[in-house]
Design a protein around this ligand. Structure first.
Ligand code: ZN
Ligand code: ZN
Ligand code: FE
Length: 754
């Protein structure tokens, strides 16, 4: 007797070859019926003998395509005497529900082999892809995922491609962006009559000769130059107005990468994963990378080619010899401005200093910068969650019927749309201080709203009255909920760990707007997903000098010195700045001019970095702290200082600073000093947690905020907390920095709506 099942499969099941996979599986088990994309799930009717149906259903998760992610399978037996004839793939229908949009996927090994096989008809085709690889999110107009709803709709398939697309046994069966040399998009040199292979050769020649080429990729343009060429890198720095911030380097392959970086087995897996993020790896002394690529930092942001065009840039079969095996590949944008995604924008932003723009005619519909990750305890520790990861949702154990928008923070902005039990964070948007970025935020929200079919009914934003994101949230004519910045950090950590319960929240961060209007950033909360209480913080100091004080650690150092009887002399002995600047800063402090109380932990790192003589003022966010960490990692395991945390739960960072100054004046070793600072701070945090744990009977500590990107502080803190028997929640795939704020905002709003 034949029976029929209706099977619904939820998850990343579109654009990853799921329908053909099901059709083939059905054939294998002699099942008839149909499969269709329903926008939110794949809908299957399967008819056959009971035993075979059972095996068929069991085989679905066991054999699913590698790029898919099954989250749920619903199976219902249906009655009726409809008989299916064979197994059919039904074209997409529109249906409402949870939407799972696949992130973009790096080129797979099979496509790579074809790309360099002269006998293959896609030999050297810069847009080769299959069901297991290729662009997804960045070319998608709306769901469901079908060719005409992507920017590949402009390129009708040729007969051969169409044949593969419709052939169940082909690797390209149902692969929406499938194309070839005859029917696919084309690369060209912008403003010149050069296209195809000649365009790639043209770009290669320029790069090999030490020039700079803008290259259009998956989610935007890169600026590329030889990473081993000091002068080329210097020119790129000058033009991009980016004096010292490290550049990411793309290596020709893993072997080349290993020549310049230390790569563990775990790191290797992440480097070669379908997401291909930029990974921060320890530099090798023997490396081939110019000194000015990542100056004074012991790590290098390294990644591998992830599009066919990247591979062709490195290995095009032409007469150019000695093409560099490592390229600086930095986002194509002036500092602080969103990455360029079309020719006009590219020409405007860097046309005047690039030696060529290597572009193509496949439209990028949504920006996606490269993702950046560090590495902690064998796992990824995300710094920028973007291409390859966004917009994969985070699942939480509760449902909200409201559609939510969380607009995120001001720096490293991302936003989040949420519905049911899913939080979808956007790719990286950028720094909102530039109004062009605000425009991109607006446009990206519109696009993601369409894609995910979420129309926000309520919006969450930061508490800061002058953030552009706050003003934008207020302009939407929706109910607005403001969530304190550092609480949002802890919420993002709770969301990532799917833990709505009570925790001790350690939010160590740069600056954010506090409930009392002062600057916060070294905060201790007792909180859950609904409420928070600020229970402690680092010792308060005065930030004088406005925005400058956020970049110039020497100013904070003087604030921290100000109550020393010999502050002025000490500042001069420590050579914190020119004498007149020191006097000026002390004048501001004495007369309470442009002064605001602060508990920012990030600023204390800046001040210590300045006192230690490592970095007195930062040219990019986090520079002073990163350099301090780099030194600390070379420091000896000194005894941490014994700084008692009182019943008021104020961490005596002022005393710690005093001790640092004393040791520095005595001529202490800089690396040991930096290590001492990290060790002592971790010890302070942990002993405060121990006190709170006993007092409030809470056993779990959540660590978040930009300061916890510092993997040394993270490691020391975790070790100390574990020794005290406390459980730790930390970040992995959601950034601890402001890139994770939107998730925290959405999570907080979510739980206050349930
Ligand atoms: Zn492929
Ligand atoms: Zn074709
Ligand atoms: Fe923050």
């Amino acid at each position: 007797m034949l029976i029929t099942f209706n099977i619904r499969i939820f998850g990343i099941v579109q654009g990853v070859g799921f329908r053909p996979f099901i059709a083939n599986l059905a054939e294998e088990f002699q099942i008839s019926g149909s499969v269709a994309n329903k926008g939110s799930y794949v809908d299957i009717f399967a008819q056959g003998k009971r035993e075979e149906l059972k095996n068929f259903i069991a085989a679905i998760p066991a054999k699913a395509p590698e790029r898919s992610a099954i989250l749920k399978i619903d199976t219902t037996e249906i009655s009726g005497d409809k008989n299916f004839d064979g197994f059919k793939i039904i074209n997409s229908e529109r249906e409402k529900g949870d939407i799972f949009v696949s992130p973009d996927i790096a080129i797979c090994d099979k496509c790579r082999a074809e790309l360099f096989n002269p006998a293959d008809r896609r030999y050297l085709h810069p847009f080769i892809n299959c069901t297991a690889c290729g662009p997804r999110l960045t070319i998608l107009k709306n769901m469901p995922y079908d060719r005409e709803r992507t920017s590949m709709g402009d390129f009708p398939m040729c007969e051969k491609c169409s044949g593969e697309y419709h052939d169940k046994n082909s690797r390209r069966y149902d692969a929406q962006p499938v194309c070839c040399n005859d029917c696919g998009p084309e690369v060209y040199v912008f403003g010149k009559d050069i296209s195809g292979g000649d365009a790639i050769k043209f770009a290669r020649k320029i790069i090999a000769g030490g020039g700079i080429v803008a290259v259009k990729g998956i989610g935007g343009f890169h600026l590329a130059c030889d990473a081993g060429n000091f002068a080329a890198v210097r020119r790129l720095r000058n033009n991009k107005i980016r004096p010292t911030k490290p550049f990411a380097v793309m290596f020709r392959n893993l072997d080349e990468l290993k020549k310049s970086c230390v790569v563990t087995e775990d790191a290797e897996k992440i480097l070669e994963s379908p997401q291909k993020p930029i990974l921060l790896l320890p530099k090798k002394k023997s490396g081939h990378i110019a000194e000015n690529v990542a100056p004074e930092i012991n790590k290098l942001g390294a990644f591998l080619p992830y599009t066919p065009l990247h591979l062709l840039l490195f290995d095009y079969p032409d007469e150019i010899e000695n093409f560099p095996a490592a390229l600086v590949m930095t986002s194509g944008n002036p500092s602080g401005v969103p990455i360029s995604i079309d020719d006009r924008d590219a020409a405007e932003n860097f046309g005047d200093f690039c030696d060529a723009i290597l572009s193509h005619n496949r439209k990028i519909l949504l920006r996606a910068d490269d993702s950046v990750a560090d590495f902690f305890a064998g796992e990824i520790s995300m710094i920028r969650r973007s291409r390859g990861y966004a917009p994969l949702p985070i699942f939480i154990n509760s449902n909200s019927r409201k559609n939510i928008l969380a607009v995120g923070g001001e720096l490293k902005n991302t936003f989040c749309l949420a519905k049911n039990n899913l939080l979808y964070a956007s790719p990286y948007i950028g720094d909102m201080s530039d109004l062009r970025t605000v425009e991109v935020l607006k446009n990206s929200i519109e696009r993601m709203k369409d894609l995910l079919e979420i129309s926000p009914e309520i919006v969450a934003c930061d508490l800061h009255p002058r953030y552009h994101t706050t003003q934008f949230a207020e302009s939407l004519n929706l109910p607005v909920v403001k969530i304190q910045h550092h609480y949002a950090h802890i919420l993002s950590c709770l969301a990532e760990n799917n833990f709505p319960g009570e925790v001790i929240g350690i939010s160590f961060d740069g600056t954010g707007y506090g409930d009392d209007g002062t600057i916060w950033g070294g905060e201790i909360f007792v909180c859950d997903a609904k409420n928070y209480k600020r229970i402690g913080h680092i010792s308060k100091f005065i930030q004088a000098g406005g925005d400058k004080s956020a970049r110039e650690g020497w100013r904070i150092a003087i604030s921290l010195l100000k109550d020393f009887p010999d502050a002025c002399d000490l500042a001069k002995i420590l050579n914190l700045a020119e004498p007149e600047k020191i006097d000026g800063q002390l004048f501001l402090l004495k007369n309470n001019l442009n002064c605001i109380p602060s508990t920012s932990a990030g600023r204390v790192f800046d001040a210590v970095s300045a006192v230690a003589g490592i970095c007195k003022s930062s040219t990019y966010e986090g520079e002073a702290a990163m350099k301090l960490q780099a030194r600390a990692e070379r420091g000896k395991d000194v005894e941490p200082g014994n700084f008692e945390v009182g019943e008021d739960l104020i961490l005596p960072t002022d005393k710690l600073f005093e001790e640092i100054v004393r040791r520095k004046i005595e001529g202490g070793n800089v690396c040991d000093l930096a290590k001492f600072f990290h060790l002592s701070l971790a010890e302070m945090i942990s002993s405060a947690c121990e006190k709170i744990s006993r007092r409030e009977n809470i056993k779990t500590v959540a660590l978040s905020g930009g300061v916890f990107q510092n993997t040394l502080l993270l490691k020391l803190t975790i070790e100390n907390l574990q020794k005290r028997g406390l459980k730790i929640l930390r970040h992995r795939t959601i950034p601890a920095n402001d890139g994770g704020i939107c998730i925290g905002q959405a999570f907080g709003l979510f739980f206050n709506l349930v």
